[in-house]
Design a protein around this ligand. Structure first.
Ligand SMILES: [Zn+2]
Length: 96
């Protein structure tokens, strides 16, 4: 039997907060702050890390969310009205 290939990658949505900080929004509508960056990857932690003691994290490579860990302790942020930042390669524009 052929191995199943997962092509259903989750596309990352990059936003900017009102303060100009990079944010990641996942498919469910949760927002993450950039935490650490390497050549290929960006590590994100939930925006409510402090406020709600939320330990959910995400990892992006290029335009895709490649890994998520932890569970959110709160509801997502529907209708976030920040600016969408999709015009450039996110790796180059995000400074952590
Ligand atoms: Zn969270």
């Amino acid at each position: 039997m052929p191995k199943m290939i997962f092509t259903d990658k989750e596309e990352a949505t990059f936003l900017r907060s009102q303060k100009g900080q990079p944010l990641l929004m996942d498919r469910a509508g949760y927002l993450y702050c950039a935490n650490r960056k390497t050549d290929k990857r960006i590590y994100w932690k939930c925006q409510n890390f402090r406020k709600k003691n939320c330990k959910a994290r995400a990892l992006t490579e290029g335009f895709f969310v490649t890994k998520k860990s932890g569970f959110h302790t709160h509801q997502p942020n529907p209708g976030y009205s920040g600016e969408k930042d999709s015009s450039e390669w996110p790796q180059a524009t995000i400074h952590v």
